[in-house]
Ligand binder design. Structure first.
Ligand code: FES
Ligand SMILES: [Fe+2]
Length: 355
């Protein structure tokens, strides 16, 4: 189940060039899309399905602003309306394909999958992209064959860092005792916490004397469908304060921005980035962060794909709850509320929901 009235990330802007062959295919929330750039640089997102005989338009070709189906040659403008049927003069009004609102923000391409009238760009999540000159951000992506609800549960539960990421972000079990403050927002949850007097994460321990301790600051904004933006800082020990600004010296200031787009019930496309501020960066630092996050996401991928398989085998098996399920439960609650709201709206106006 997917919330329709939401922006979904369709990838990094650099994945979609002005090239002749540059047609990007995406499966988003169960819909097949094709994306392309018009000569003016703006992006079009269309259903990847010709209205004549359902041939994929991604097998077609770009012609100026338009896209031509290469089966029988129907040509569609960027608004999805057919503008040419070779061999036929009359173009019926139903000769059109669905198009979706698109916005590019912070180097991500966002597609609105619901009612175009409700496509408010202010609903796109905050993030820090590679185009921001104050940050040295490196980007990547990975496919994970698991349901996006498992991704939400994974990201909202930082206790898994100790175990799944034993060889990357781990190095302390303090994550399992973190006293995070969670604040519900209209379309997500914000979480803040400090880990006080802990060793550096495993990936950075070799950079410091043995036994060195730090205060780690986490500030997370998570929004539906599954966007996770972490402001992560490393401070000298004793810097953490319950309220107000830290008192010591900041060693690393960084942003990790992650947009996880459900393709369908069994897979997601995960677009991620991490990097440090220019002020706290050094040669190779952001490269190391990027290498680490890439390795860590393979660790998550292995666990989530295996978990997804087990859950498919026994979907009704009773499971127990532990203290760390509380935070994931908050975002899943927000998601379920939005799903319910949409379902009741659809029940009241079925003809709109079906469009
Ligand atoms: S299927 Fe596209 S023109 Fe026939
Ligand atoms: Fe993880």
């Amino acid at each position: 189940m997917f919330v329709k009235n939401s922006w979904y990330c369709a990838g990094w802007d650099y994945e979609l060039s002005q090239g002749k062959e540059a047609l990007l295919t995406r499966r988003i929330a169960g819909e097949e899309l094709v994306l392309y750039r018009k000569p003016d640089g703006s992006v079009v997102a269309m259903e990847d399905r010709c209205c004549h005989r359902q041939a994929p338009l991604s097998l077609g070709k770009k012609e100026g602003d338009a896209l031509r189906c290469m089966y029988h040659g129907l040509k569609f403008g960027p608004d999805g309306k057919c503008v040419e049927i070779p061999g036929q003069e009359n173009i019926p009004p139903q000769a059109c394909v669905r198009t979706f609102p698109v916005v590019e923000k912070n180097n991500w391409i966002w597609v609105w999958m619901g009612d175009p009238e409700k496509a408010d760009p202010d609903l796109i999540c905050f993030s820090v992209g590679p185009g921001d000159r104050n940050w040295n951000i490196k980007t990547s992506k990975v496919r994970v064959n698991a349901n996006y609800r498992l991704e939400i549960a994974n990201l909202m539960d930082l206790s898994h860092v100790t175990w799944v990421h034993e060889h990357t972000f781990g190095g302390t079990d303090a994550y399992t005792y973190a006293d995070a403050k969670h604040t519900l927002t209209k379309r997500g949850v914000n979480s803040k916490f400090w880990l006080r007097g802990v060793p550096a994460p495993v990936f950075a321990q070799h950079l410091f004397p043995q036994g060195a301790l730090f205060d780690l600051r986490f500030d997370v904004e998570m929004t539906i469908p599954c966007n996770f933006v972490l402001h992560f800082q490393v401070w000298t020990p004793g810097s953490a304060t319950d309220d107000g600004e830290p008192t010591g010296q900041m060693i690393l200031d960084s942003y990790a921005s992650q947009a996880i787009t459900p393709r369908d019930e069994d897979s997601v496309d995960y677009y991620y980035a991490w990097g440090s501020s220019v002020a706290t960066d050094g040669p190779g630092m952001s490269d190391m962060l990027h290498e680490t996050i890439t390795t860590a996401f393979i660790e998550d991928k292995e666990m989530l794909e295996a978990q997804h398989q087990r859950m498919k085998e026994r979907p009704n098996k009773k499971m127990i709850e532990i203290v760390h399920d509380a935070a994931p439960g908050k975002l899943l609650w927000v998601l379920d509320k939005l799903l319910k709201d949409e379902a009741s709206e659809a029940a009241q106006a079925p003809e709109l929901a079906a469009s």
